[in-house]
Design a binder for this molecule. Structure first.
Ligand SMILES: Cc1cc2nc3c(=O)[nH]c(=O)nc-3n(C[C@H](O)[C@H](O)[C@H](O)COP(=O)(O)OP(=O)(O)OC[C@H]3O[C@@H](n4cnc5c(N)ncnc54)[C@H](O)[C@@H]3O)c2cc1C
Length: 434
């Protein structure tokens, strides 16, 4: 077995946005920093996020922003106070990437790409002296407390002054965050809330199970817009939102569904299924629709009648045919009422592998305010592996960046007990002598 290598300063495990930010802050605080990742390069999920435009943060006011983190708004709000949306934009500018605020208030890089930002960021970290160790898969700790890595040259063991774990959640495991850390920390007694899909799609129950074959073949991949979705959370509170979603082979996904996915997921956990109601004709009233539909149809097909008189065709007409029987489709009042409130039953969230992000993770009560594990002094956590969730809109990266800064600064302070808090971080983290 290879000998244990002493490593001064801060050892960061996981090179996503949280780990990279921790490395940046720890290095700026004067710590030696070594960053390890199981894959051949860092920031794989960050790069994939770039395919959707790389929504870095959101420009809305602080109260609205922080409310996006639901039950975790206090804890995450505290992180964000130290690295808010303006700070994220300034930071990107420092890497030569200007940002803009889109019509929805979301903040993106001007070129909507992640690669230039990531390249510049990694180059700057290299130049500042951060050591990168790729294809090092973290395996936990050995009996002496050394950190273990699986590597092609054999197992490496490192004795670190301070460790930041930034291992990500459980979604899209192919991008590196496969949640293999859960049992490794669980075995050490760290309290972990089970990982669950967040910002995810759902399977529907049609007349039997799922869509009819005809509907799925014809409409999978088609957007439904504009549409209002109404549903109830696990406690029965009604929620309504307008936007768009996409029909999939077995259900629904897309921005509007993601925005409602946490309450829908939790409602399914409590009640077994969740019903959503679709208003396919927002802004038009059912009586008027019924009058228009009651006009004589002559020899025209029902599809043509729907298209001409109420402007319903394509996937929206398909949805109507999915939920109404032939006789029901002849009833103008029934059709009008269904267009205003079309019921779909959601059976289950899609698997966590397909979700944009995951909920659950290291519980806040296992961490102190510096994001150090209370029962594992010198081990800090950051990013999506902590037990918070948020909708899409830049809120995920915003919290990963901000928590990475706190963990990195705190770890730098921990690794160097003689340094004053002001030198090492803005958050007055603990010193080892504490
Ligand atoms: C398709 C998609 C689009 C997205 N778009 C956006 C967006 O526009 N805006 C937004 O805010 N968020 C977006 N997100 C979410 C965002 O990318 C994540 O929340 C964020 O990347 C999480 O950062 P992290 O640093 O916590 O973890 P990750 O980015 O998952 O990084 C974790 C790192 O740890 C490494 N690792 C894991 N386990 C081990 C191990 N055992 N040993 C060694 N290394 C390990 C992994 O290889 C990985 O590099 C998107 C996600 C997806 C999937």
């Amino acid at each position: 077995m290879n000998p244990i290598e002493p490593q001064r300063g801060v050892t960061i495990i996981g090179g996503g946005p949280a780990g990279l930010m921790a490395a940046e802050v720890a290095r700026a605080a004067g710590a030696e920093v070594q960053l390890y990742d199981g894959l051949g390069s860092v920031g794989r999920k960050f790069l994939v996020a770039g395919k959707g435009g790389l929504n870095l943060t959101h420009s809305e006011n602080t109260d609205a922003f922080v409310a996006r983190y639901g039950e975790r708004r206090c804890e995450v709000g505290r992180w964000l106070r130290q690295f808010d949306a303006a700070a994220v934009r300034e930071w990107a500018r420092g890497l030569g990437v200007e940002t803009f605020v889109g019509s929805s208030g979301r903040v993106f890089p001007l070129d909507l790409k992640a690669a230039p930002l990531l390249r510049g960021w990694v180059r700057r970290l290299h130049a500042s002296g951060v050591g990168f160790h790729m294809r090092h898969r973290w395996l936990g700790w050995d009996d002496t407390g050394a950190v273990r890595f699986a590597h092609a040259d054999g197992e490496r063991r490192v004795r670190a002054d301070a460790v930041v774990l930034a291992l990500g959640g459980g979604s899209w495991p192919v991008l590196g965050s496969d949640a293999a850390w859960v049992p490794l920390l669980g075995d050490r007694g760290v309290a972990i809330a089970p990982l669950k899909p967040a910002n995810c799609g759902f399977d529907v129950s049609g007349a039997n199970t799922g869509w009819s074959e005809h509907f799925a073949r014809r409409h999978a991949g088609h957007p439904v817009k504009p549409v209002i979705v109404e549903c109830s959370d696990a406690t029965g509170r009604r929620i309504q939102r307008q936007g768009e979603f996409v029909v999939t082979a077995s259900g629904v996904e897309g921005s509007l569904i993601y925005a409602l996915s946490a309450p829908l997921r939790d409602a399914i956990a409590v009640h077994g299924t969740a019903e959503i109601r679709l208003d396919l004709v927002p802004g038009r009233d059912a009586q008027r629709l019924a009058r228009d539909l009651a006009q004589p149809r002559g020899r025209r097909s029902l599809s043509e009648h729907l298209r001409r008189h109420v402007g319903i065709d394509g996937v929206k007409a398909g949805l109507l045919y999915e939920v109404l029987s032939k006789p029901q489709l002849q009833d103008a009042d029934r059709v009008a009422a269904t267009l205003k409130s079309l019921p779909l039953t959601l059976l289950r969230p899609r698997p966590i592998d397909e979700a944009i992000s995951s909920a659950g993770g290291v519980r806040f009560d296992a961490l102190d305010e510096y994001l150090m594990l209370k029962d594992m002094p010198g081990v800090f956590c950051a990013g999506e592996m902590i037990d918070w969730e948020a909708p899409t809109g830049g809120y995920l990266l915003a919290a990963c960046f901000a928590s990475g800064r706190i963990a990195g600064g705190s770890a730098a302070r921990w690794s160097s007990p003689t340094r004053t808090p002001q030198q090492s971080t803005t958050t007055s983290p603990p010193g080892r002598s504490r």
